[in-house]
Design a binder for this molecule. Structure first.
Ligand code: C5P
Length: 189
């Protein structure tokens, strides 16, 4: 995972006594204490690491905002201009990491994802949970400046097959602790 919510979750998991493997892209933040960081620089690498590390894990939380596409190829050399001819960049789809984890033969008991939406939040999140094969999805309204990327705070809705409940506006750290408590309660069931 990457960014503030991912780091807050990793910290809260460690605080709750879990052994935490944090796979993250380039970020300019210090990771929380007592987590093992696995740095990656592409979605493909993140997917490979996730599949390796999810074997033997009880919980997988996917909080990374993964790019939907990547360039099909990268040039080792400087690309020269060609007399006004447009440069066509072909993009190919990245793997859906959390869906791969949820389908893997070494699937953790709990696979938890995020749904950042700007409209029809709950419907889109419910649909995403089912389609990706997740046990829990955390729905996050990113049309609200209080709860979007870059904010210190968040407000979310936890959605499972049988239950939905809301966590009102609080610091990302407090939200993370509440999510981890809900995940731990589901694991014990
Ligand atoms: O499809 P969308 O990007 O809205 O789904 C969000 C959830 O899926 C998040 O948990 C995100 O980390 C995960 N995801 C992923 N791999 C992708 C895209 C999203 O694991 N390529």
């Amino acid at each position: 995972s990457s960014g503030k919510m991912g780091f807050a979750l990793a910290g809260a998991c460690a605080e709750a006594g879990a052994q935490v493997e944090l796979i993250c892209g380039p970020v300019h933040m210090d990771p929380p204490d007592r987590v093992t960081v696995h740095p990656v620089t592409s979605a493909t690498e993140m997917c490979e690491q996730a599949l390796v590390l999810c074997a033997g894990a009880d919980v997988f939380i996917g909080a990374a905002a993964v790019a939907d596409y990547r360039p099909e190829s990268a040039s080792a050399e400087k690309i020269k201009k060609a007399d006004g001819t447009p440069l066509i960049l072909t993009l190919v789809e990245n793997p859906d990491i959390i869906a791969c984890v949820a389908q893997s033969s070494s699937r953790p008991s709990m696979v938890v994802g995020f749904a950042a939406e700007t409209a029809s939040l709950m419907d889109h999140a419910r649909e995403k949970r089912q389609r990706k094969g997740l046990d829990m999805i955390i729905a996050n309204d990113v049309s609200d400046p209080d709860t979007t990327f870059g904010s210190e705070q968040n407000a979310v809705h936890l959605i499972t097959e049988t239950q939905e409940h809301s966590l009102p506006l609080a610091s990302k750290r407090v939200i993370a602790e509440q999510i981890v408590a809900a995940v731990a309660a589901s694991l014990d069931r």
